[in-house]
Structure formats: C-alpha cells, structure tokens
Design a protein around this ligand. Sequence first.
Ligand code: HC1
Ligand code: SF4
Length: 574
Amino acid sequence: LVNMVINDQAISVPAGSTILEAAKTIGISIPTLCHLDLKEFKMVNKVASCRVCVVEVQGRPSLAPACSTRVMEGMVVRTDTARVIQTRRMVVELLLSNHPNECFTCPKNLDCDLQSLAQRLGIREIEWTGAKMNYESDISSKAIVKNPNKCIMCRRCETMCNEVQTCGILSAVGRGFDAFVGPAFNIPIAESSCTYCGQCVAVCPTAALTEVNHTGKVWAALNDPDKYVVVQTAPAVRVAVGELFGMEPGSIATGKMVTALRRMGFNAVFDTDFAADLTILEEASELVHRIQHHGRLPMLTSCCPAWVKFFEHQFPDLLDIPSSCKSPQIMFGTIAKTYYAEKLGIDPAKMVVVSVMPCVAKKAEAARPELTKEEHSNVDLVLTTREFGLMLKEAGIDFMNLPESDFDKMMGESTGASIIFGTTGGVIEAAVRTAYEWITGEELENVEFTAMRGVQGIREATVKVGDLELKIGIAHELGNARKLLEDIRAGKSQFHAIEIMACPGGCIGGGGQPYHHGDIEIIKKRQEAIYAEDRNKVKRKSHQNEEVLRLYKEYLGEPYGEKAHDLLHTYYEA
Ligand code: HC1
Ligand code: SF4
C-alpha cells in the first residue's frame, strides 16, 4: 500500500493506483472525458489527451492528469483548487469552441459526455470563438454514421478498434483544429474493413459516431395500412432496455417490453429467442454431423454479424470453418416471410419485419445481399435498444407503469437456452445442452456449464459427452477471437467448437445498448440478469421448444434437412 493525502484526507491505496482511482476510494469524483477503463474487458484508453482530470500535486510546478499519474508514497494532492477548476473549465471551453452548437438536434442529446461535463462544470459562456470543422458526415455504411465535426480527439474509438478489436480501421486524420479520427485517408467506412461491431459507437463520448437511424422508417411502416408489421426482440434487449427508463441495470423487463411493442402498433410481437432455439437445432445438428462424419473442426458459431465480417476480411482462408447457420435474427426473418406468412395468408411483400437488437452490425447484416433474396429482404428494419427506447418516449408510452404481457404464439416461445445467447458463452452452452442429449440419448440433468461463463476474454471448457471429451473454446472481443483463429490457422487448435462474439460480454455489451458510460458493472449486471432469466424458465433446452418442433413438423422437415438447408443456412465470402 501507498500512503498519501488527497484534499487533506490521509489514505492508503494499492501501489500502482492512479490518482483518479485513489480519489474514488474516498468518494471524490474527478471529472474525466477521454479516460475509459473497463479493465476486466481489457478496454483501457490511457492516452490522457483531454486534460480534464488535472489536479495539483504538491511540489510539481505543472498540473498532473489524475487518470495517468500513479500515486507515490507521501504524495499530497488537491483536486479542488481555483487553479485546477479554472484549468478544467478552460479545457472544456476550448473543446466547445470547436464543437457544433447543435445539442437540440444531436443524436446524443442528453446522452453526451461532453454535454454533461459542460453542465457539471457549470459552463454558461465560452470565451473563445474557435474554428469549426465543416466536413460532410460519412453515411456510406448501413450501420454507422460518422460525423467528424463532433470528434474531440479523445481516441477512445481508436483504442477500441485497434487495440481491443484489432481491426485497425481508425486513426487520426488531418491536423490542428481540423483533426478527427476516421479510417485512413478518410475513405468511406463502407470501403474499409470495418466489421460494424459498433464498439467505437459504444465508447464515443459525443455523436461523432452513432448508428444509422431507422426510427422514421419504422414509424412509417407502422402507419401504413397496407403493411403487416412484425417485430422480434433479441435476447439481450430485455435485460437492458429498462435502463433507459430508470430501472436498475440488471432488471428484466421482458413483459413490459412486449406490452410496449404492442402499444406501438406492431401487428405481431415475436421473440428472436424463438429463432435462437431454431438456430440451436440446426447448429447442434451441424456440430454432431461434423464430429460423426470427420467434418471440418472446430466449428465456429456464426450468429454475431461483426464476427462474421471480421473472419471474412481477415481470415479468408478459413471460410469453411464457421457454421453455415444464418443468425437467429435472419432465420426469424426468413421463417416470418415464409411459414408464418403462409399460415396467415399474408403476402410476404406486404410484411415488414422489424428487429430490436442490442447491436449496430445487425443493421448491416440485414442488408447483406445474399440474405436479401427476391425483391424483399428477410429483415427490413433494425432498431437498436436505444432507438427502441427513443420511439417509446416519442410515443409517450410510460414504460415503467406498463403491465406485463407475453409474446404472440407461433414464433414467440423460447427456452432458457435461447436467452443465454445474449451473453458470450451462451450460444455454445445452449448447443451443448442439445448435442449432449442427441449424442448420448440420455437426459442432461445439470444444464449449467459454469466453466463457459464469466467475463474473461478467452475461456475453455471440456464436457464429457458419452465417450467424447467435447472441447469448447469461447472468446469475446475480436482481438481475443484473432488469437483463437491464429491457432486454427497454425493447426494448433484442439477445440471441437468455438463461440465468438465481437462485443465485451457478448450482445449484452453490444454497440446498440444503452450507453454504459464506462461503468463495467452495468455489463456484469446485465449478464447476471440473462442467467437469472434462464433459471426462471421451466424448459431450458432448445429441442424442448414446442413452437420450433411444430415448425419442423409442419414446414421444415428434419433439422439440417434439405428444406432447412435451403432456408436457414448461408455462405461466406472474402
Ligand atoms: Fe445477439 Fe443473437 S444473441 S447475435 O448476441 O445470436 O444482437 O441479444 O439477437 O441474431 O438470438 C444480438 C443478442 C441476437 C442473433 C440471437
Ligand atoms: Fe472498428 Fe468496430 Fe468501429 Fe468498425 S465498428 S471502426 S471495426 S470499432
């Protein structure tokens, strides 16, 4: 421990702590802007570029950034002197002098770290008139909008993209007042190797990076009497949407969410979890098939669209190892516009399928050419959890006081196995629950595979399935995925199956979720809620989903059979 004094209080803190961390232990919150520290997910932005967190350290002539200055024995720090406060204000005023004055219409209005900092520091006027940037927004992609004029060069997105995701898309472009972070040579995002994981969006403190907005198109569809509009909700949305309405992180809001969607006017409210169970029937079949017929191993899960983009861009020589299963989102769209449309006698061209997803890459996935056969796409519009919340506010729906209700029948049933898709490790755990029973012919009693759970970037588990020692690998964040893929490429991988999710914690930490503002506890609480919701279910194995079984009986035939292949499987391209 190191002994020191902050604002006259003597404290002892672990050696290696920063002044910022030390101050926090005694309830002193030093303002920050560029700083971001989600340590357990290895997401740490340490550039210390903004200088908002400066403090006075006795004996040092210049102010020190609290986020990157380590404590030392006998250090005496003040976080509240007139000089400190003046300097912080000046730093923020300079940033504001170079920032567009459009808070009213900004997508991050009331959710912007720069705006809240200006409020916290009580800034009411700006002394300088800075040069404003005047770039066009980059609207080239189906998922992410980049507005360089709002970039404050905090470099959070760059750290995320380059160090955590190892995608290397983002770096500084231009100089001085005109500098911003973007793809090299400022090429359009759509022409880069961006995976659309959206983690840059998740950590951008301003609206320099946001999602493509589908809310207007969804309202238009809901108000079009010729359209039959169905909605599906992803597993991770129900454990996060409540945060937008003041519920504690980790609250489960499934029933209210369903009622809210019905009140918005959707003709049918369905669950992506239904399609996740369907995915497991296909994916577990594929895994068993590959194991029993000496197929290509390990098999990789394929439901995370950013991860799919990543291996297409970065590992084009390994395109035969991912599962050929479409993601649950896309399987849902396909089944809605075939089986469900036929059952109800609705012309699929008049059906609009909307998804509510924790993810921005799902917008790009829904627009992939090979998944948008014929004249209509399978999934037409994708809302993030945040956009869904905004629409509810716009409609004046009092989320907190809504009664709970259930999903509609035919594509609304789900098991616990499908719910755990929402956090990394859950997809493969769900697949093992089913594959175990299929391979051994015995009932699996304890369905919880705790070795597959947690927040570590790479996890391994071995499950005894009859005579087989089934070896499972799990990774979240693309940098960790890269390590597992490099092992495969080098012929060193021992796994039968690997689950990969691009975002920290999986979909619960997706780029379309309510902003976590750097609080890792929020992501962990969502994860606990996912496992709690699984335990709440009587049926916890995908092959127990009656609606899925009926779909096979009435329409698809056998899992992994011809019709299932035609409708539920896809291919990848470099
Ligand atoms: Fe996910 Fe999935 S779990 S990818 O993380 O396989 O987005 O929640 O909907 O498709 O089911 C996201 C979540 C989601 C799909 C499923
Ligand atoms: Fe990088 Fe992901 Fe952002 Fe694309 S979406 S720029 S891959 S962090």
